[in-house]
Design a protein around this ligand. Structure first.
Ligand code: NIG
Ligand code: FE
Length: 411
């Protein structure tokens, strides 16, 4: 089936020559075509250009986008969208004065989510997660990375990853799965962290590799969680089994995790709320994408990733939600983009680049997603009538989306 979208006020993120990411000063450029059309056939972008060049195109369906913008769907490269229950009580505890760390030390936090997930059946976990997946698709997300890490036992990690696999099979949204077995040290290994790391390396990694349930390997490299040495060991073991590293670093403390990620040629290093000059230097001349998660900073009231420092050093930057029950119970990429502009001083063009092509790069899918390019997947957002793309992050908290097309399907 072919769909022709006509009279588009402005078609955004048009890349005639395929690119895999944008860095530094290039991030300020968002190529567009005004008064444009785009033609899709099944799940693929076939043609686009000025309206004046669209005469004679025959098509099964036409959508008139007068006054509206069309852009690629968001690429959310960091989520924990598969989880059980919620942590609203911890939210209230934090309002009443406890810190994220104090809550975790009392058995709350990741361990609380793990307990709930271990006691939830695979079918129920699927149902709870699917509800969120449908919601983020309506919010314009067309590709998503999903991590395990609330299992913390072999059985529960496999359960999470099987749910991710089912989501991948059942929905048009592009899904990439990450094994985050080393997310926290479970109570059963409280005084035996090395024992848990052995379990991750000798049981979890091989089993997940055998069932082909994930492509990426992640570690929460942070004080009180996994050290540089622990992370190094786990990433090395994962790489041996074919996993590509993507790691949580510098959320609360900067102690060399970024350089370690670069050493392992990580696809991305995520969080970076605490950043040192050494971290910026390590990222220069690497293939590693820094990823900022501004709605996590918003929710926890922690510093925002210094986007200006990263971009002004010539580096690329991607934006993602970090959707999870503890630090970011929101999967709204539109909010992420507004917050990046308002709090991190990114321009709307930089933020849109960061949430599309650079997000796609951080999932290893920029060959097929993240820009308006012939032969790429037909994943499109059609906005409501708006004055310009600056208006999207400016009028924050509003729903500016009219239609979302994922894999050629209007959802
Ligand atoms: O990315 N930092 C580690 N993991 C998640 C939050 C985990 C949780 O609190 O459940 C994050 O913020
Ligand atoms: Fe995370």
């Amino acid at each position: 089936m072919s769909i022709l979208i006509t009279n588009i006020k402005e078609l955004l993120q048009v890349r005639n020559t395929p690119i895999s990411k944008v860095s530094g000063i290039q991030m300020k450029e968002l190529p567009t075509i005004k008064n444009a059309y785009i033609l899709i056939e099944d799940d693929i972008i076939i043609a686009f250009g000025n309206m004046s060049d669209s005469t004679g195109i025959s098509t099964d369906k036409t959508i008139d986008a007068r006054g509206k913008l069309v852009l690629p769907t968001w690429c959310d490269s960091h989520t924990h969208i598969v989880y059980a229950g919620n942590r609203e009580q911890e939210f209230v505890d934090r309002i009443n004065g406890l810190s994220y760390k104090e809550i975790a030390n009392r058995g709350g936090g990741i361990l609380n989510s793990a307990k709930m997930l271990q006691n939830t059946s695979e079918d129920d976990l699927y149902k709870q997660s699917v509800k969120r997946v449908k919601e983020v698709m309506q919010l314009g997300t067309g590709a998503i990375e999903i991590k395990s890490g609330y299992g913390l036992t072999v059985e529960a990690e496999l359960k999470m990853l099987r749910v991710i696999k089912r989501i991948k099979q059942d929905f048009p949204i592009k899904v990439k799965a990450t094994l985050l077995a080393a997310h926290a040290i479970p109570d059963t290994f409280k005084n035996n962290k090395d024992g848990f790391i052995d379990l991750v390396i000798n049981e979890m990694i091989p089993k997940v590799a055998k069932e082909q349930l994930a492509e990426y390997i992640d570690v929460f490299c942070e004080k009180g969680y996994f050290s540089i040495d622990d992370t190094d060991k786990i990433l090395s073991a994962g790489k041996k089994q074919g996993f590509i590293p993507k790691i949580h670093v510098n959320q609360f403390n900067a102690f060399g995790g970024v350089a370690l990620g670069v050493k392992h040629d990580a696809l991305s290093v995520d969080h970076l709320e605490e950043l040192k000059i050494e971290d910026i230097e390590a990222l220069k001349n690497s293939n590693t994408m820094p990823v900022a998660l501004p709605s996590c900073s918003y929710f926890l009231s922690i510093p925002y990733t210094p986007a200006r420092q990263l971009i002004d050093s010539g580096l690329p930057l991607a934006l993602a939600t970090d959707f999870n029950p503890g630090s970011t119970p929101s999967g709204n990429m539109n909010f992420v983009i507004s917050t990046a502009c308002i709090k991190m001083k990114m321009t709307p063009a930089e933020a849109i680049n960061a949430a599309t092509i650079n997000g796609a790069y951080a999932m290893g899918i920029s060959d097929m997603y993240g820009s308006i390019t012939k032969e790429k997947k037909a994943n499109l957002i059609i906005t409501k009538e708006v004055p310009s793309y600056n208006y999207l992050p400016y009028a924050f908290g509003y729903n500016h989306i009219d239609t979302v097309i994922i894999n050629g399907i209007s959802i």
